[in-house]
Design a protein around this ligand. Structure first.
Ligand code: DGP
Length: 179
């Protein structure tokens, strides 16, 4: 209980804000969108991890047209470990792996697909291509017998990079339900 009440004084939020280079007084007013009703605030705040708070803040500050770190990876301006590439998609190892195999697959052209919920009819071909690429990556990585494909969409799913991406995870026993 003591630990929970210390969270209420804000260290989680402050650490998360520091992580993305924001201080409380520079927060956009729209962040209040994510504030729970006062009577729910105690359990909500104490349940949030740094990662979850960072993801919510990233979502609020994200401009869906703004470049993301993935544009720099596509342009090879920053290094990544590429495991598969074709004319439409790029697959590279996640910098923060959650399993022995953790590969991200992204469309090279974002075309409005900052997140899956922005998908339109015209995106069906690239969406299918991404899913097929997940199978190709799983095969290359030797995890065809068991792997998981995840798309985090929006702050409640902890999406942190607003350029659509599939996570391909494998190489260990997965659990269900996911966290
Ligand atoms: P998500 O939380 O679903 O938006 O996943 C974004 C993933 O991107 C996260 O697992 C970490 C990964 N990531 C972020 N920045 C970089 C980077 O610079 N390089 C690589 N390889 N992965 C990154």
């Amino acid at each position: 209980m003591a630990a929970a009440s210390s969270f209420l004084r804000g260290p989680l939020s402050v650490r998360a804000l520091g992580f993305i280079g924001l201080s409380n007084n520079r927060l956009p007013q729209s962040l209040t969108l994510f504030h729970p009703p006062v009577h729910h605030r105690r359990s909500y705040v104490s349940a949030a991890t740094d990662e979850e708070v960072s993801a919510r803040i990233s979502a609020v500050t994200a401009n869906s047209e703004a470049p993301t770190i993935f544009d720099k990876i596509i342009a090879k301006e920053i290094p990544s470990t590429i495991v598969y590439e074709d004319e439409k998609v790029l697959a590279f190892r996640d910098i923060n792996p959650q399993a022995p195999v953790h590969v991200l697959i992204i469309p090279k052209l974002r075309d409005g697909l900052s997140q899956l919920s922005k998908a339109e009819e015209r995106h069906t071909e690239i969406l299918g291509h991404l899913l097929f690429a997940a199978k190709v990556v799983a095969e290359k990585e030797g995890i065809l017998d068991g792997f998981r494909v995840v798309v985090n969409n929006g702050p409640q799913a902890c999406q942190s990079v607003y350029h659509l991406h599939l996570h391909v995870l494998g190489g260990r026993q997965m659990k269900w339900p996911p966290g």
